[in-house]
Design a protein around this ligand. Structure first.
Ligand code: NAG
Ligand code: NAG
Length: 257
């Protein structure tokens, strides 16, 4: 960690007045709110509060990639084995209002924070009813579903409005224009939407036009919508994958409601 040259640079910049907020990184000057300097030579942007890491000429997110210390090459993290149950939580250390909140299923939509809504027909299922108090997913080959016991399951999808939702139990209905595939859950990393050209996720306040339900709504950004979502106060987040430690045959819920 090369700290002292940066501090010196910041004091000098302070004397210069106009450049008060800038630091130097080798030959470059940079804003530490937007970039991180590696080895006093390389600048990487901070995205969704994550200072991107550096590997042999490339900046990368630890939610998706790893840098081999032996070969100094970048590779994708492995995806979770199909059917592995996992939970998601929002990550953006620069946004304490959303950082660390669990992703929860309520009213056939996904939220950042809030509470999980689930249902189990106790009269029929009895003691086999799962706890149903956490929101769990399983991924298969680019698609993602809710980790539920109800016959037919519940598929998750990205709606045409870029809001993440899931099907109602006993129904296969998915709105036209939705995306069912193009998702990846990386082991030790994040849950990534590969449909949007790397624009990632945002958590949108209930007061925004894409909001609802009193919680932060989980929305995918794309090139067209990134600007307006920022204006509406949506916060960039990575979605951290947390594998659920459970015995085979256990589920997150009978069904999410
Ligand atoms: C969910 O319910 C189970 C069983 O009642 C309990 O042990 C667990 O702590 C609960 N988890 C959460 C996140 O509330
Ligand atoms: C971007 O998202 C909006 C909805 O939020 C959608 O209407 C539009 O088709 C998307 N654009 C691309 C290029 O995917």
């Amino acid at each position: 960690m090369v700290r002292s040259p940066l501090i010196t640079a910041s004091i000098l910049a302070g004397i210069n007045g106009a450049l008060a907020a800038l630091l130097t990184c080798g030959p470059f000057q940079y804003d530490p709110a937007q970039y991180v300097c590696w080895s006093n030579a390389f600048l990487c942007p901070i995205k969704a509060g994550e200072p991107l890491s550096y590997c042999a000429g490339a900046c990368y997110s630890k939610f998706m990639y790893t840098c081999s210390p032996q070969t100094n090459t970048l590779s994708l993290l492995p995806t979770l084995p199909p059917g592995t149950p996992f939970r998601l939580s929002a990550s953006n250390p620069s946004e304490p209002g959303v950082h660390g909140l669990p992703v929860s299923a309520t009213g056939l939509k996904l939220y950042v924070g809030g509470t999980t809504s689930s249902y189990c027909p106790v009269a029929q299922v009895g003691a086999a009813c799962p706890a149903g108090n956490t929101t769990q997913f399983v991924a298969f080959d680019g698609s993602v579903s809710m980790n539920v016991l109800v016959p037919g399951g519940q598929a998750a999808y990205l709606g045409p409005d870029s809001i993440m939702g899931y099907t109602q139990a006993h129904s296969a209905y998915i709105p036209e224009g939705s995306k069912r595939t193009g998702f990846a859950a990386y082991a030790g990393g994040g849950f990534v939407n590969l449909n949007s050209g790397g624009w990632g996720w945002v958590a949108c306040p209930s007061t925004s036009p894409v909001g609802g339900g009193g919680y932060w709504r989980l929305v995918a950004r794309n090139e067209t919508t990134a600007g307006e979502l920022a204006v509406w106060g949506c916060r960039e987040v990575n979605l951290k994958v947390e594998v659920v430690d459970q015995r085979p045959g256990e589920f997150g819920a009978w069904q999410y409601a």
